[in-house]
Design a protein. Structure first.
Length: 158
């Protein structure tokens, strides 16, 4: 009886050892903490409000990422008007930001090789009325509307 117990325990131990040696390493996003508002403002290359109009996979240097195409309505850093492309990792488990089409975000982005990037471990988030970050940022630069631009042009050349 005792020999059977040791045989089972030995086989189970061997199976666990083999399984642990042959398994694929798991990578997980481990953000220790989000930056403070002040850190995010200081260290971001671009800060803007944008609504996602499309999400597409992209390949850069043999690696897969997601490209979120957004329409920027206003900005605080980066002079981003109109259509903006933001790259992120393809999955939240590797710190990719889970953008969704039709949702509006306050994006804190950084530049890398000419591309804007956002991720879970920075301060980008879906915005809402009364968002304290939007209030703390103060008055934004606003994307001019076509009607406003046309009115200014007419007034200038009359």
């Amino acid at each position: 009886m005792r020999n059977g117990y040791y045989l089972c325990a030995g086989l189970l131990g061997t199976l666990l050892l083999v399984a642990s040696l042959s398994s694929t390493p798991v990578v997980a996003c481990t953000c220790t903490s989000l930056p403070t508002f002040e850190e995010a403002v200081q260290n971001s290359d671009a800060i803007f409000l944008g609504t996602v109009v499309g999400i597409d996979p992209v390949d850069i240097g043999g690696f897969s990422y997601l490209s979120a195409v957004m329409i920027s309505s206003s900005w605080w850093k980066g002079e981003l008007a109109g259509s903006v492309r933001v790259l992120t990792e393809p999955d939240p488990s590797v710190c990719g930001f889970p953008f969704e089409v039709g949702h509006e975000y306050l994006v804190y982005a950084f530049l890398d090789h000419g591309d804007l990037w956002a991720g879970l471990c920075w301060r980008t988030h879906e915005t809402w009325p009364g968002d304290p970050d939007v209030a703390a940022l103060g008055p934004p630069q606003v994307v001019p509307t076509l009607a406003g631009t046309w009115s200014r042009l007419k007034a200038t050349y009359r």
